[in-house]
Design a protein around this ligand. Structure first.
Ligand SMILES: C[S@@+](CC[C@H](N)C(=O)[O-])C[C@H]1O[C@@H](n2cnc3c(N)ncnc32)[C@H](O)[C@@H]1O
Length: 205
């Protein structure tokens, strides 16, 4: 199991470092400000893209120790202070209304109880706070969405619990977030089932 975890962590770091992913995360990460909560921080790939003049501190949450080890190494080089919570994001030991920005990149697909986690993000955000998101998910094209539904149960165990077919905008709205901006697009021409993106920002009500 240990070897599997390490392999999955290296693979996650490799895929999340791809130029197309980096280009998309750069559409949101530089806009984070104040105290930032980063659920599913993974290997810490957003750390290089924060605006050090706008960010006071980053709290990285992730249950995967092998990924957190990589994130700790990146945090040592980062221009912003970073704290870590080695746990799942569905229940956070943080005060209500204590966070300025929640930064969610390529993590809404993986959190098992995403509705519960989104409730937590809304609880911990200040009323003036903002959730920035850059996620892949359910396509607007029925044919692609049907394929995503079909392939999901095969894909999920191979890809560390990643769901192909989550409608990120609907999930955010269902959790009471008010959408400010939501771009939807295919980040690559092929394969469509994995490259449909939701990028934007939402307010906690
Ligand atoms: C594809 S990786 C993305 C990592 C990082 N956000 C990025 O943009 O590079 C998905 C991350 O979600 C994390 N994750 C899975 N379940 C989680 C949960 N319940 N709470 C918090 N993070 C979780 C995984 O451990 C992994 O680090």
């Amino acid at each position: 199991m240990k070897i599997h975890d390490k392999l999955l962590a290296s693979l996650t770091d490799m895929v999340c470092s791809l130029p197309v992913i980096t280009a998309n995360r750069r559409k949101v990460t530089p806009f984070a400000e104040g105290v930032v909560l980063e659920p599913g921080m993974g290997s810490g790939l957003n750390l290089a893209h924060y605006d050090k003049d706008a960010v006071k501190a980053v709290i990285g949450v992730d249950p995967q120790e092998d990924l957190l080890k990589m994130a700790r190494r990146r945090a040592a080089q980062a221009a912003v202070p970073v704290e870590f919570l080695a746990r799942s994001a569905e229940e956070l030991p943080l005060e209500s209304g204590s966070i300025d920005t929640v930064l969610l990149t390529y993590t809404g697909c993986s959190i098992p109880d995403v509705a519960r986690a989104l409730d937590e993000f809304r609880r911990v955000l200040k009323p003036s706070g903002r959730l920035l998101f850059c996620e892949h998910g359910r396509s607007h094209e029925p044919r692609v969405a049907r394929f995503q539904d079909m392939a999901n149960s095969l894909w999920r165990p191979l890809a560390g619990g990643c769901h192909l077919n989550r409608d990120i905008a609907s999930l955010l709205q269902g959790a009471g977030f008010r959408m400010e901006r939501c771009e939807r697009f295919y980040a690559m021409a092929r394969p469509k089932f994995i490259s449909y993106h939701y990028v934007g920002s939402a307010r906690p009500g």
